[in-house]
Write a protein that binds this ligand. Structure first.
Ligand code: SF4
Length: 252
């Protein structure tokens, strides 16, 4: 016997619609949704998510270190005990150094660890020292988009005639819906331009491209690069002996 539910996968920040089948013995299975437009939007991370959630080494309760640091000795404590202990330690730091006396690093967008509660907690304390993995990727994108457009626009893959992937390589098993949207756009004739310091699966799936020569450059690799909207470029940078190299590759 099993129970099937429509859920969102939170193993990455795309939130694909998927089906979760949970057996009464606790076993879970993630399957593609039967909702036609989204059926192909599932990747191996989503399929194998239950293995991560149910892994015996996953920390599911508050643990307190009881041995020497690094000795790996822990005891399980109640949530009340854990929270009181942390509150007392943070209060001592704040009393001695002020509310900015500590920093928090998290990655709640991807890991769903606190859905913004941690940031709000720091905000209420008057502590700006909150950082996340997202601050190094989508955070910068969000800030620039807001300054340029006033909001965070999402590409309209269903209508665009040209897609530029700048250091971005959505793959079949990573950012699957974006990968599928790009493939669908290409099928109806949209051009694809790829700029990437690595060999890119998307570059190999471009419609057209060409090879141009390689030039060694220091530091800034992108300055002076001209794009032709009918061509595809792949930029390869390499670091050797302190020098940064840039190569443009022919793709067709
Ligand atoms: S792309 Fe994969 S990991 Fe991300 S939400 Fe979809 S199924 Fe989950």
């Amino acid at each position: 016997m099993s129970d099937q539910k429509r859920v969102l996968c939170s193993s990455c920040d795309i939130y694909c619609q998927v089906l979760a089948e949970v057996s009464y013995n606790g076993a879970a299975r993630i399957k593609a949704t039967d909702n036609a437009p989204f059926r192909a939007n599932i990747c191996m991370k989503g399929v194998h998510a239950p293995e991560g959630f149910l892994h015996p080494d996953r920390i599911r309760f508050p643990l307190r270190r009881v041995g020497e640091r690094g000795s790996g000795q822990w005891e399980r404590v109640t949530w009340d005990h854990g929270l009181d202990d942390i509150a007392a330690r943070l209060s001592a730091v704040i009393a001695q150094y002020g509310p900015e006396g500590f920093a928090v690093s998290a990655s709640p967008w991807n890991l769903q660890s606190d859905n913004g509660v941690g940031r709000r907690f720091m905000n209420l304390l008057g502590n700006p020292n909150w950082m996340s993995g997202v601050a190094l990727c989508a955070g910068n994108t969000g800030a620039i988009n807001r300054m340029v457009y006033g909001w965070f626009p999402y590409p309209d893959y269903t209508k665009t005639k040209c897609i530029v992937l700048f250091g971005h390589n959505p793959r079949k098993h990573s950012w699957t819906p974006v990968y599928n949207s790009i493939r669908a756009a290409q099928q109806r004739g949209a051009k694809l331009i790829v700029l990437d310091p690595r060999r890119s699966e998307n570059a190999s799936l471009r419609i057209s491209g060409f090879r141009c020569g390689s030039v060694l450059m220091r530091r800034c690799a992108w300055v002076g690069l001209k794009l032709s909207l009918t061509k595809v470029f792949t930029i390869k940078t390499s670091l050797r002996g302190g020098r940064q190299g840039l190569k443009s590759f022919a793709l067709a």
